[in-house]
Design a protein around this ligand. Structure first.
Ligand code: SAH
Length: 428
C-alpha cells in the first residue's frame, strides 16, 4: 500500500441504500457495511425562535402586528438568560407573553431521564422529541469550563461497528432548534446551580465548549448543523456568542460536506473520526470510507486547516489488537505528514468504550502509550482523550436509545468482526 494513494486491494464497493428496505417510522438494524442515507421518519419539529435569524425573527414579530424590538427582547431571554418561561419575560407586557411563547418557544425536548456520574460532574440527559424520537446529550464539568456533547440526529446511518449509536440506524435528522435547545437547557441548568462546582472552584454558569459527538453524523444533517454553528457563534441577540474554537464538529469524513464548511465559512473546529490509517481496515470500521477514503478525507481536512488556520483533530478509538499496532501509528504519522507536515493536526487517541453486544475492548495501557509515543516520535501532536461517563453509557460511542437487532443481522455482524480481525492482523 502506498502511503498516500488508495489501496488497490480494497473490497469492491457494495453499499445498498437500506432506507429503501426500511418501513417509515420503524427502527432498523443495519447489516455490516450498509449505510443509511435517508431517515425513516420525516416529520418536522415545530418552528422555533432558534431556527430563525434575528432578521427573520423581527419579520415574524412584525407579521404578528408587534414592533420588531420584541424579537430582540425574546432573543436575549433565550440566548443570554436561557429561559423560555413567560414569567421571566418581564420586559414584555403580560397579555402578550403567552402568544409569543406559543409562537416562538414550542416545547421541543422533554426530559425522560437524567443520569449522573463523577459525583455530578458528568450528567447524561435523555430527551424525547415531539414525534417520540429519543436523543441524548452529555454535560461534563471540568475545572473552569463545561463541555456539552450534543446530538444532531436521532440514531445514525453511518453504521460504525464499534459505536452503539451506529447500530440503531437513522431515525430522523434534528432541526436546528432541537439541537440548540440542548445547549439552552444546559445553560439553564448551570445558571440554576444544578451542576455544582468542586470546593474552592468558581461555578461555571454557561456551557463553554460544544462537541458534536453525541448521536448522529452532524455533516449528514448539514443545513441544520451549519445553522446551529452560526447561532452558537453569533453574538447576542442573534446567538450564544461562543468562539469558533470552542465548537467542535466531529465527522466520519464526509469530504464534500467538509469542503462546504470551508466555502460557507462556518465557524467551527473540525474533528475527523479516522480510527485506521489504511483503507482496508477503515472500510470495515468506518463504512463510509468506501465512498470517501483515507486520502480523500485527509485532503479535505488539510484544506480545512489551510482555510481556517484551526488545527484539525484526528479521533482514533484504540481497539485492542485491531487498530492499535505500532505500525499503524507509524502509517498514520506518515500519511498525516505527507499531507501537510506536522503542524496541521492533533491526534486524539481514545481508549475504546465498551459497547453492548461487542467483544472489542480498549487497548492495553502499554499499547496505548506506544501508539502515542510512535506518533510523537514522528513529530505529530498526540494526547489521549479524557473519557467520561462510561459507567452511565454516556461516553463516546455508547449513546443508543433503542437497539433492535435481528438474528440475521447479528450473524452478519459477527462475520464482519471475524473479517476485521483478519485484516487487522494480516499485515503486522
Ligand atoms: N458521527 C460523528 C460524531 C459522533 S461520535 C463521528 O463519528 O465523528 C463521537 C466520537 O466518538 C467519534 O470520534 C467516534 O468515532 C467515537 N466513538 C464511537 N464509538 C466509540 C467507542 N465505543 N469508544 C470510543 N469512542 C467511540
Amino acid at each position: 500500500m502506498s502511503a498516500t494513494g488508495s489501496d488497490p486491494s480494497r473490497r469492491p464497493v457494495d453499499l445498498p441504500d437500506l432506507s429503501r428496505e426500511a418501513v417509515p417510522g420503524e427502527k432498523v438494524a443495519l447489516a455490516p457495511g450498509q449505510l443509511q442515507l435517508r431517515p425513516t421518519r420525516r416529520g418536522k419539529a415545530p418552528s422555533h425562535l432558534a431556527d430563525l435569524t434575528l432578521a427573520e425573527r423581527r419579520a415574524a414579530v412584525v407579521e404578528m402586528g408587534l414592533p420588531a424590538f420584541r424579537a430582540n427582547q425574546l432573543s436575549k431571554h433565550y440566548f443570554d438568560h436561557a429561559t423560555t418561561d413567560p414569567d421571566d419575560l418581564t420586559d414584555i407586557p403580560k397579555d402578550l407573553r403567552a402568544t409569543l411563547v406559543e409562537r416562538f418557544f414550542p416545547p421541543l425536548l422533554e426530559l425522560v431521564s437524567m443520569q449522573a456520574a463523577d459525583h455530578g460532574a458528568t450528567q447524561k440527559m435523555l430527551w424525547r422529541l415531539f414525534d417520540g424520537s429519543l436523543v441524548e446529550s452529555v454535560l461534563m464539568r471540568y475545572t473552569g469550563r463545561v463541555t456539552l456533547c450534543i446530538s444532531s440526529e436521532a440514531g445514525c446511518g453511518m453504521n460504525c461497528p464499534f459505536c452503539a449509536t451506529g447500530q440503531m440506524g437513522l431515525t430522523r435528522n434534528l432541526s436546528a432548534a432541537e439541537i440548540l435547545e440542548q445547549v439552552r437547557i444546559a445553560n439553564a441548568k448551570l445558571a440554576a446551580g444544578e451542576v455544582p462546582a468542586q470546593e474552592g472552584e468558581n461555578p461555571v454558569t454557561r456551557v463553554s465548549n460544544i462537541v458534536f459527538m453525541g448521536m448522529g453524523e452532524p455533516l449528514a444533517n448539514y443545513r441544520p448543523v451549519a445553522t446551529v454553528c452560526k447561532r452558537l457563534n453569533a453574538p447576542s441577540p442573534e446567538g450564544f456568542g461562543m468562539s469558533a474554537r470552542s465548537i467542535t464538529v466531529s465527522t466520519v469524513g464526509l469530504a464534500p460536506a467538509v469542503r462546504k464548511l470551508i466555502k460557507e465559512e462556518i465557524p467551527v473546529t473540525l474533528a475527523v473520526s479516522l480510527h485506521a490509517p489504511d483503507d482496508a481496515l477503515r472500510d470495515e470500521l468506518v463504512p463510509i470510507n468506501t465512498r470517501f477514503d483515507v486520502d480523500e478525507i485527509l485532503s479535505a481536512a488539510h484544506e480545512y486547516f489551510q482555510a481556517t488556520g484551526r488545527r484539525v483533530s484526528i479521533e482514533y478509538a484504540l481497539i485492542r489488537d485491531i487498530n492499535d499496532q505500532a505500525h499503524r501509528a507509524q502509517l498514520l504519522a506518515d500519511r498525516l505528514i505527507a499531507k501537510g507536515g506536522t503542524g496541521w493536526v492533533h491526534v486524539n487517541p481514545i481508549p475504546l468504550n465498551p459497547v453492548k453486544g461487542s467483544k472489542w475492548t480498549a487497548s492495553d495501557p502499554f499499547v496505548e502509550r506506544r501508539f502515542v509515543e510512535t506518533l510523537r516520535a514522528a513529530g505529530i501532536r498526540a494526547t489521549i482523550r479524557d473519557t467520561r461517563g462510561s459507567d452511565i453509557d454516556g461516553a463516546c460511542g455508547q449513546l443508543a436509545a433503542e437497539v433492535l437487532e435481528s438474528d440475521a443481522h447479528r450473524a452478519d455482524r459477527e462475520a464482519r468482526v471475524a473479517r476485521v480481525e483478519a485484516i487487522a492482523t494480516q499485515d503486522s
